[in-house]
Design a protein around this ligand. Structure first.
Ligand code: PLP
Length: 466
């Protein structure tokens, strides 16, 4: 092919002929990223006055320097989770090795769709899912697949649960006389409604069960299931949450498992956030009962510091996934006894997200992750203590994980919004979720560079802003 219309560094030649030029480009690009990441503390955690970047497609190749200049501007205006005052969302700064993993996945450009297109990486994903299933206490025969985000992982789990309960994978839901229902706490993530919509159940199929302090009440669950059955409905699944999105609450998993088991329903645990606690001996008791789940969602892109996106769904019996979801793709080569991963999840073509996770786990080890998770819990305790000492603020906090919400007592939502803006001006980025009819300020205490000095500075900023 004639490549003369392309820049010299368009691709790296397989014989390395232009390696020096590509190496120089990589050096510039990595210097740019290191400048930005290494200078994160000097930029605000969030810029509200971002510049507009021209998205016009040029007629001819642009000089590399110009392109990198544009990239620098864009990233200077990006959200900056590495800033020590960034305590606003479940999104962390990325582990170094997950950045390397993202580069490696792009460089290899394999496709997790099939074994043929990713022989070593498909096998790595299967093996790592088995290891994680074991860590969550799931029995031999457990395993799973990765997905681009927790919403897709929840969709997959509920799809398998639905197909297993109603045998509708072939003929669909039309022949179903009783309406399928699933049960979750009032504080469960909105991806469940999305999944119910996509699965043809409708959003109203998600029954929100009474959840004092955001924890699904097992007794109320049992009553709701019985009432639905009396009403001619067809309950098929219970979703427990381990780490709700606003207050980090963890449902009583073992008790919920008992109710789901008694009722013969599938138990899915959405541990997208709180799943990380399993790595800490000190903290994992909070997940007691997760080993009883039929399926588990876990997002290492949150509290495990893996660069986005990185999520997964584990199944107690990997066979459930094979039988309840597998959709053979006739254009893909037969992989012998190995099921192509593209047949097992909602996605087809998929990047090797597993590399980011695998490399981070190798680099941190159990001990490193435990230190981060416990550090997050301890940091949240510092924030909680400081807030509790301020009678002018009201706290809303489940106390299970490292999320703490607060608001000025008796204040209008507009005051909460102004306080968020003022704290941001002083270098602290908190989110402001609407929750139970009012707006709150939320701290997600997972930033490894937020320590005692930053907590003290935060309270000084808060006192000056209230
Ligand atoms: C409890 C819970 N489940 C699911 C999700 C959805 O994950 P994602 O945004 O990766 O799709 C989230 C996201 O915050 C969450 O907090």
């Amino acid at each position: 092919m004639d490549r003369s219309a392309l820049p010299e560094t368009a691709f790296l030649a397989p014989d390395g002929a232009n390696r020096a030029a590509v190496e120089a480009l990589f050096a510039q690009a990595s210097n740019l990223l290191l400048d930005l990441a290494g200078g994160a503390a000097a930029r605000p955690p969030l810029r509200l006055d971002g510049r507009f970047v021209d998205a016009e497609i040029p007629q001819r190749p642009r000089p590399e320097g110009e392109i990198l200049g544009g990239l620098r501007e864009l990233l200077e205006d990006a959200m900056n989770p590495a800033h020590p005052g960034y305590i606003g969302h479940m999104d962390s700064l990325p582990s170094t090795f997950s950045v390397i993993g993202a580069m490696a996945a792009a460089a290899a450009n394999n496709n997790l769709l099939s074994l043929e297109m990713s022989p070593s990486l498909s096998r790595l994903e299967v093996a790592l899912m088995r290891q994680l299933a074991k860590l969550f206490g799931l029995p031999a025969g457990a395993g799973g697949v990765m997905a681009s985000g927790g919403s897709l992982a929840n969709l997959l789990a509920l799809g398998v649960a639905r197909n297993r309960a109603f045998d509708v994978a072939e003929s669909g839901l039309c022949g179903q006389s009783a309406a399928p229902l699933l049960f979750a706490s009032e504080a469960a993530h909105g991806s469940l409604q999305k999944a119910a919509m996509v699965l043809g159940l409708g959003r109203a199929a998600v029954v929100a069960v009474k959840s004092p302090r955001d924890r699904l009440c097992p007794r109320a669950l049992a009553v709701a299931i019985a009432a639905a059955r009396d009403d001619g409905k067809a309950p098929f699944a219970v979703v427990a949450t381990a780490g709700t999105t606003v207050t980090g609450a963890i449902d009583p998993l073992a008790e919920i498992a008992a109710v789901a088991g008694e009722a013969g329903l599938w138990l899915h645990v959405d541990a997208a956030y709180g799943g990380a606690l399993i790595f800490s001996r000190r903290e994992r008791h909070r997940l007691a009962g997760i080993d009883l789940a039929d399926s588990v969602t876990f997002n290492p892109q949150k509290w495990l510091y893996v660069a986005k996106s990185c999520a997964l769904c584990l199944f107690r019996r990997r066979d459930d996934l094979e039988q309840g979801f597998r959709s053979p793709q006739p254009y893909m080569a037969d992989a012998g006894g190995f099921t192509n991963l593209g047949e097992l999840g909602p996605q087809g073509t998929r990047s090797a997200e597993v590399l980011k996770l695998w490399l981070t786990l190798q680099h941190f080890g159990h001990s490193g992750i435990a230190a981060l998770v416990e550090g997050g819990q301890d940091l949240a305790a510092r924030f909680r203590d400081g807030l509790a000492r301020r009678p002018t603020v009201e706290i809303c906090d489940a106390g299970d994980s490292n999320l703490v919400c607060f608001r000025p007592r008796d204040a209008a939502d507009s005051v909460v919004a102004s306080l968020q803006a003022e704290l941001l001006r002083r270098g602290f980025f908190l989110s402001q979720p609407p929750y139970r009819g009012r707006r709150w300020l939320r701290i997600v205490a997972l930033n490894p560079y937020c320590a005692a000095a930053e907590v003290a500075a935060f309270f000084a900023a808060l006192d000056a802003s209230l």
